[in-house]
Design a protein around this ligand. Structure first.
Ligand SMILES: Cc1cc2nc3c(=O)[nH]c(=O)nc-3n(C[C@H](O)[C@H](O)[C@H](O)COP(=O)(O)OP(=O)(O)OC[C@H]3O[C@@H](n4cnc5c(N)ncnc54)[C@H](O)[C@@H]3O)c2cc1C
Length: 442
């Protein structure tokens, strides 16, 4: 079962005409709808399950510039600027604050990598520094296994994933967005090479533009239009602890351990090296483009052949749009967490920090993360279909960047000067000869 999230009621009636239909009620679809609605654009947003019930409420809540891929520097800087105003903009709490983030360096090699990254980031206006000794000990009080140093970004932030999606949704609705949940988009209609309507389980919505923000489902949504998006899903497990006193304030990434202090006084914890890659038909299809991802520092990736192979094989089959679609058969992707990893992680934290001694796991969950071959998103039009904007493939770091991404989507739909240069996020990069590769930046 996913984390507890404030339920956003559906509008009872699906409107049948809009300027833009947004497919997907995760943080990317929601921020897109919000920034479009602010510009007076009539939006219908359809979500097959509940608002932010997939990745957008299951993530760690980090809004980080640290250790970002340089291709995302401009967008994350803009996203952080927007986050600072999101509570006011939404008239609701997203939980955004800036406790800072630490990336632990346990070797000279790590330290040199972070230093190099930090210099690169500074040129883009992202200020971080290496901390060690008493300064680091103050940031991680009573740490029984203090690293030799850490990359520290004090302007890095976090928000509460279980609050942010609902806050964005209510704000978009207040500005006139028709927001309908339990409503799958079964297909996108085109007329003379232009999107003209979205067929949903509750009827047809005529429109001039479509934003495909279906997270892990976007590949399937696009395939019906003969548009092939190289996208895979990986599974990660997360837990939240009960509230504890005097724990560390900044979030920490330490090779495998990751934690973030939550607004409720507990911690969101995860082992970032325990990532499972289910072997699926797409996994075989895209093996070659994803080899660089498998090889890089996703050291802990574990390939697993299980029931997902057949599930995805069945889901891929085309279904006529007047019949229930695979989206309706799977309202919320809700994989089982790897409980053993999480129990072991809590044991490690207890032995490292006295503050965690009394902590218990209050809840565990898992989520499927959608990834692209170069681990950066697609935020882009598609050459052969006008009016279609794709916003997907955030590769495990789309929550923090979401306000920037939503703003960029709105810019693209409205045809105004984009908030950042869009070249890095173009869809066509996958079809220009050599496949783009991941670069973590560190
Ligand atoms: C365990 C975990 C940890 C993470 N940690 C972080 C982090 O700390 N920081 C960070 O920045 N990012 C993090 N991420 C990544 C981040 O959560 C995602 O990048 C982000 O939420 C993606 O948002 P989205 O809107 O694209 O996708 P989703 O949140 O997956 O939303 C897509 C929505 O589209 C809907 N949908 C799909 N198909 C259809 C259809 N046909 N019709 C209607 N609706 C449809 C789905 O039901 C879903 O609700 C993490 C992710 C996970 C799983």
């Amino acid at each position: 079962m996913g984390p507890e999230i404030a339920r956003v009621e559906t509008d009872s009636i699906l409107e049948h005409q809009a300027d833009v239909v947004v497919i997907g009620g995760g943080v990317i679809g929601l921020t897109s709808a919000l920034f479009l609605a602010e510009r007076g654009v009539k939006v219908v947003l359809v979500e097959k399950g509940g608002i932010a019930c997939e990745q957008s409420s299951r993530n760690w809540g980090w809004c980080r510039q640290s250790a970002r891929d340089p291709r995302e520097f401009d967008l994350i800087r803009e996203a952080l600027r927007l986050w600072r105003g999101m509570d006011d903009r939404c008239q609701a709490k997203t939980g955004f604050r800036t406790p800072g983030i630490l990336f632990a360096a346990r070797s000279e090699v790590d330290e040199a990598k972070y230093r190099e990254w930090s210099e690169k980031a500074a040129l883009a206006g992202i200020h971080t520094r290496m901390v060690c000794g008493t300064e680091l000990a103050k940031l991680l009080p009573q740490d029984g296994n203090l690293p030799r140093s850490a990359l520290y970004c004090d302007s890095d932030g976090c928000a509460e994933p279980q609050w942010a999606g609902p806050a964005f949704a209510q704000a978009a609705r207040r500005l006139g967005t028709n927001l309908v949940t339990q409503c799958a988009a079964r297909g996108i209609e085109t007329t003379a090479g232009r999107v003209s309507a979205v067929v949903t389980e509750k009827g047809v919505v005529k429109c001039g533009a479509v934003v495909a923000a279906g997270g892990a489902w976007t590949r399937r949504i696009l395939r019906e239009l003969n548009v092939s998006l190289p996208q895979l899903k990986v599974r990660a497990s997360v837990a939240r602890t009960t509230a504890i006193e005097n724990g560390p304030v900044p979030s920490l990434w330490d090779g495998s351990t990751a934690f973030r202090k939550r607004a409720d006084g507990g911690y969101t914890i995860a082992d970032g090296t325990r990532i499972v890659v289910p072997v699926t038909p797409d996994c075989l299809r895209f093996f070659l483009p994803f080899v660089p991802v498998l090889k890089m520092d996703w050291k802990g990736l574990r390939l697993k052949l299980d029931g997902r192979f057949f599930t995805e094989w069945q889901e891929a089959a085309a279904v006529p749009w007047d019949r229930p679609s695979p989206y309706e058969a799977m309202r919320v992707l809700d994989p089982e967490p790897d409980q053993d990893y999480l129990d072991e992680l809590l044991r490690r934290l207890r032995s490292r920090y006295p503050a965690f001694a009394g902590a218990r796991l209050a809840q565990s969950w898992a989520g499927f993360i959608d990834v692209t071959p170069d681990l950066i998103p697609v935020i882009s039009g598609v050459e052969k279909i006008s009016g279609l904007i794709v916003a997907t493939g955030f590769s495990g770091h789309g929550f923090g960047i979401s306000p920037g991404a939503g703003h960029l989507v709105a810019d693209l739909v409205c045809g105004v000067k984009p908030i950042v240069d869009t070249r890095n996020f173009r869809f066509s990069r996958f079809f220009e000869g050599s496949m783009p590769r991941p670069t973590t930046g560190v």
